[in-house]
Design a protein around this ligand. Sequence first.
Ligand code: IMP
Ligand code: MG
Length: 423
Amino acid sequence: MANTILVGAQWGDEGKGKIIDVLTEQAEIVVRTAGGNNAGHTVYVGPTKYVLHLIPSGILRPGKVCVIGNGVVIDPVGVVKELDGLEKLGVPVSPANLQISETAHVVFPWHRELDGQREVRKGKQKIGTTKRGIGPTYGDKAARVGLRMIDLINARRFPERLRERLEENNEVLKALGAQALDYDSLLAEYTAAADRLRPFVRNTVLFLHEATRRCANVLFEGAQGTFLDIDHGTYPYVTSSSTTAGGACTGSGVPPNRMDRVVGVLKAYTTRVGEGPLPTENAEISDLLHGMGREFGATTGRARRCGWFDSVATRHAAMVNGIDELAVTNVDGLDSLRTIKVCTAYRLDGALIQYVPADSEALARCEPVYQEFPGWETPTEKITRWEDLPVNCRHYLLTLAQLTGARLTIVSVGPAREQTMFL
Ligand code: IMP
Ligand code: MG
């Protein structure tokens, strides 16, 4: 398969989990490189629904090695819950199929508390975070005061480090009017999680280096999407990690010249969960999709905001990620529409522009310029071959790829593995 970076080309929830699961068939190793348990990947295998947050969905395929890379932030109690959940569903997890980077940073309850407190203080300017403590954890990493997995599993060192960090953070929490956290119960909880996770923790950089030297097929799975990237997203309405293709390198320790291709995943329309600009947001398509029971978040259950496909945005995503190939998902969501709109430019303060402005306030002022396409008004969920898709549907999808500037290679018309077509 070649070493492949998979990224979300929109605002997250593009259906990456399913595409990752499909591509994993050809991979030996699957690596998660950014984000934390703010992510939610939903994968259906037969009748069983799996929702994964931190553990790569490759875990669902026997014989694959999954790696949680150094770029990820880990809530150890959350991972243990995820492990237990998988085992309950009959999915075996052991150090033979899961490795956790020793240099990944650890999420603590004060990170979650701070995340929530900051959101409250921002009031109407809030980001709409998942409240999983992601921003404060990456903040500590950048400020060089974070604790890493290597600290967590060190039984000699951890109690002292925990005490130092807790003392400082309790001061902050009290100043914000929040409850201080109790050292003893935190130590007990995190020590129990550390004992459970210790066998999985190792130097994943060396492991991946060896693997890519053997020319293994490694899949680097992205989380969130391009416009939630800390550098390239709609700042400050972003997450705190590098969700674009470069993050796959820094988040794993595998250098750029070992990467062979970049696959961008996008929905046949646009969604966003949380606050921030979304130029093509539209009530009609939101109501349609929510009415079908679609577009509710896998992690928080929040209704996602929906809009028409925005090719100005996806073209930008193709640029910053170097996307070679596209996987378009959720095509069946548009089956009932008579006319489908695609945004091909923005009108900003009277001028026509073809790029995404860096200033979120300017992006919020952008009015989409649409091109209309005839719908196919036919159910597509049972179609398994590209040639069998309605001609209007194929035309629509090829136009999305052309406007985005990459080759269409995968089309998905439903959550199941079988509902996938390869071009
Ligand atoms: P945080 O990552 O929890 O700090 O949230 C920051 C922003 O990213 C919010 O708008 C979230 O809704 C969004 N976000 C974080 N993770 C995901 C995801 O997996 N899918 C979609 N949006 C996400
Ligand atoms: Mg998701």
